[in-house]
Design a protein around this ligand. Structure first.
Ligand SMILES: Cc1cc2nc3c(=O)[nH]c(=O)nc-3n(C[C@H](O)[C@H](O)[C@H](O)COP(=O)(O)OP(=O)(O)OC[C@H]3O[C@@H](n4cnc5c(N)ncnc54)[C@H](O)[C@@H]3O)c2cc1C
Length: 364
């Protein structure tokens, strides 16, 4: 192992430890470019892994250094509010393999470092259908099971067969089938019993070779109702989702953000009915399990937060769920704003909002 001190860059001195020509560990790595909120915070060390062998070397390095491991994809669902006392492993392993194909279905194994939206595009080009509603979700394939990504009436759980991972503690490869992942709305076992224990290396998904169109989600239904000349093929659904998302959501490369900062609360039917009696315009969506999903964006807007901005931090003027770093806002400013929003929604509606992105760097 060779140790090199790099010259000072504009932020700080970086020490790089190289295991071999291709694998470099960056100490005190500033993380701004690795999270879509563009928050600045140092990590103990950072490494990019492009295959299983490098992943094993990274885990061994962290053990020798005596630090924990945090795996990141594109950092589109995290908020860095302080130092990350860990080796950050950027999972970049690539590859898509067809495991099985029949006249009606195809089973794919997709490596964790593949870009999610590019996967969706690739499957459509091949005539493998089922992911089109999930177009343009930022991030990697490996992160997709963590919060069971979902959009426009479809969730990953409806397409996923298995998750392949390595245990951080002992390198052991493990496979979890769909049921073992315990998926629900923006949730899975990877946020609970298996939190911080696994590095996902690949997922297996089952797609259809026949088109099954799902345009039940109101924004999509409206799109096709207003554009009757467009036949709702999978490609048309993909294009519609891309166009609706582009018109609604700010591009993180222009206005740094982490998408929806708060989850839509799920309430029991009696609680939701009481709330609705008091606030008849509150958008509500009944769930199959009897719960009612209520709109966090509506409540935040009612509390006057939409468009709120102080210095470099604000709530997007068109999207009350999106917090934006307009320049050099800090993680602690973000946390303060988030807490204020949560507090005011609770005071007004008696509903506790839950933050969606994973917060890193909180002092215990
Ligand atoms: C503009 C915008 C729009 C968005 N829209 C949606 C949406 O419509 N629906 C939706 O569900 N989400 C949405 N998101 C959130 C985000 O895109 C997803 O959560 C995505 O899956 C995160 O991928 P990532 O690679 O950036 O994960 P990261 O942000 O890098 O990581 C997120 C979490 O997953 C863990 N993780 C990442 N990779 C792995 C791995 N290989 N193994 C184990 N753990 C891992 C990390 O440790 C972290 O806790 C949006 C975000 C943005 C910025």
């Amino acid at each position: 192992m060779s140790r090199i001190m790099l010259a000072a860059n504009r932020w700080c001195m970086r020490e790089v430890t190289s295991i071999d020509e291709t694998m470099k560990f960056y100490r005190n790595k500033l993380m701004r470019e690795h999270n879509t909120l563009a928050l600045q915070a140092p990590a103990y060390a950072f490494v990019c892994v492009t295959n299983d062998d490098e992943l094993l070397k990274a885990l061994a390095w962290a053990r020798i250094e005596g630090v924990g491991v945090v795996v990141l994809g594109q950092g589109s669902n995290i908020a860095l509010v302080g130092n990350m006392e860990a080796l950050v492993v950027h999972q970049a392993v690539q590859g898509i393999e067809v495991l099985d194909a029949t006249d009606s279905d195809v089973i794919l194994r997709v490596a964790a470092g593949e870009n999610w939206h590019e996967l969706v595009q690739w499957t459509l080009q091949k005539g493998y259908y089922g992911l089109e509603n999930l177009a343009l979700i930022p991030g990697t394939v490996g992160a997709s099971p963590i919060q069971n990504i979902g959009a426009y009436g479809v969730e990953l759980q409806s397409r996923l067969l298995q998750v392949h991972a390595r245990q951080i503690v002992d390198d052991k490869p493990v496979t979890l089938d769909n049921a073992a992942c315990q998926f629900s709305y923006r949730d899975s076992i990877f946020k609970h019993e298996r939190k911080d224990q696994l590095i996902i290396t690949a997922i297996d998904i089952k797609l259809s070779r026949l088109a099954h169109i799902n345009i039940s989600y109101p924004a999509l239904a409206n799109f096709f109702a207003e554009n009757v000349h467009i036949e709702p093929t999978p490609e048309a659904v993909f294009n519609a989702v891309v166009s609706i998302r582009r018109s609604k959501l700010p591009d993180p490369s222009v206005e740094p953000n982490a998408g929806s900062f708060f989850k839509n609360p799920l309430l029991g039917s009696a609680v939701a009915a009481r709330l609705l009696a008091k606030h008849p315009s509150l958008p509500c969506f009944s769930q199959a399990n009897g719960a009612v999903k209520v709109s966090a964006a509506w409540m935040i807007e009612q509390c006057g937060w939409k468009g709120h901005r102080v210095d470099d931090l604000g709530v997007h003027p068109q999207h009350a769920l999106v917090l934006v770093n307009y320049g050099s806002a800090s993680g602690s400013q973000l946390l303060t704003l988030s807490n204020k929003i949560v507090g005011s929604v609770y005071d007004e509606f008696g509903v506790s909002l839950e933050v969606e992105p994973r917060i890193y760097g909180l002092r215990s």
